[in-house]
Write a protein that binds this ligand. Structure first.
Ligand SMILES: NC(=O)c1ccc[n+]([C@@H]2O[C@H](COP(=O)([O-])OP(=O)(O)OC[C@H]3O[C@@H](n4cnc5c(N)ncnc54)[C@H](OP(=O)(O)O)[C@@H]3O)[C@@H](O)[C@H]2O)c1
Length: 285
């Protein structure tokens, strides 16, 4: 796992350090306080692979707000993505606007969770959620899923890997990218910028926000937020986490919406409606 953290120094956490030419995981490299220190670690470590890697690292900016996961290590250091990370650093305003969309299922009092779990079992609704978030405009494109830390760790890992998906976990306390995730960001805006700037901008279609409460709140305030997919679970459940109240004059309930089942559905004796609220604003995507 490779991490570049924002600050006046670079912290290099390399759980999947490069071994010779074969780029296999071989353990943690260490923490780097300056570019000189970084170069010295790289050039003194036989476990870290190759001249090209050393050269790449020597070009590394010292304040990059990106954490890249081990799964993408080869891509990160294949040259192309690394160069584009540098380009991103140099060209902060080169942003491609991306639709930011929320998706949730909430019961009568807007409850969405209890004890770290979703309090109902609606497999077809979950399938609808999966097919909605993994849909892309054309083959090769991907979406970005933004998760709060609790949601990430409470979600069953059996759904990974997910088709067409880059996962960003938000946390101010974690310092390594969780297993199966691709990026770690310290705030919502950083996640959106990650999707909107090189190297990911040409790849990402949509930023899907999957909770919890604070992430939903941040997303609702974001100027690029255009749609809220909110399934109304038409029942009372005891919940300790809630979907935030939002302005239903600004986000208007759509009577019908493409790829969204209309009418009342029922599963396991629980009725629910798949609803979409669209932001009626001139600056909506
Ligand atoms: N029904 C549904 O559709 C649905 C959807 C989503 C979630 N849920 C349920 O909701 C519950 C989890 O939600 P939750 O609100 O308790 O927790 P959460 O948002 O998943 O996690 C909270 C933690 O995530 C980090 N975080 C959240 N927003 C952040 C931000 N904007 N910037 C930086 N870090 C941020 C913080 O971690 P640090 O403390 O490390 O900074 C925070 O303590 C679970 O019960 C889950 O099942 C249900």
């Amino acid at each position: 796992m490779f991490a570049l953290r924002t600050s006046s120094h670079v912290t290099l956490l390399c759980d999947h350090a490069l071994r010779g030419g074969d780029r296999k995981a071989c353990g943690r490299v260490g923490s780097v306080k300056s570019r000189m220190h970084l170069n010295s670690i790289v050039s003194n470590s036989s476990s870290v692979g190759g001249d090209s890697w050393t050269q790449s690292l020597s070009k590394m900016p010292l304040h990059m707000n990106v954490v890249a996961a081990g799964a993408d290590l080869d891509t990160v250091f294949s040259g192309c993505l690394f160069d584009r990370l540098l380009e991103m650093e140099m060209n902060q305003d080169n942003m491609q606007r991306k639709p930011v969309r929320l998706i949730a299922a909430a019961c009568n009092n807007l409850g969405i969770g209890k004890d770290g779990k979703v309090p109902w079992n609606l497999p077809c609704e979950f399938q609808y959620f999966m097919s909605t978030i993994t849909r892309v405009s054309r083959p090769g494109k991907m979406n970005m899923m933004v998760w709060g830390k609790q949601c990430w760790f409470s979600h069953p890992k059996t759904s990974f890997p997910m088709a067409n998906m880059m996962h960003v976990v938000l946390s101010t306390k974690l310092d390594t990218v969780p297993d199966h995730a691709h990026f770690l960001c310290q705030d919502f805006e950083s996640a959106v910028r990650l999707a909107a700037q090189p190297p990911l901008a040409d790849l990402i279609d949509t930023v899907w926000v999957v909770g919890g409460t604070r992430v939903y709140k941040d997303a609702l305030k974001h100027p690029w937020c255009d749609l809220v997919y909110l399934t109304h679970v038409m029942a009372d459940f005891d919940c300790d986490v809630f979907f935030p109240e939002f302005d239903r004059g600004l986000f208007k309930l759509q009577e019908r919406f493409p790829d969204v089942p209309s009418g009342i559905q029922e599963e396991n004796g629980i009725k629910y409606k798949c609803q979409v609220f669209k932001r009626e604003m001139s600056d909506a995507v």
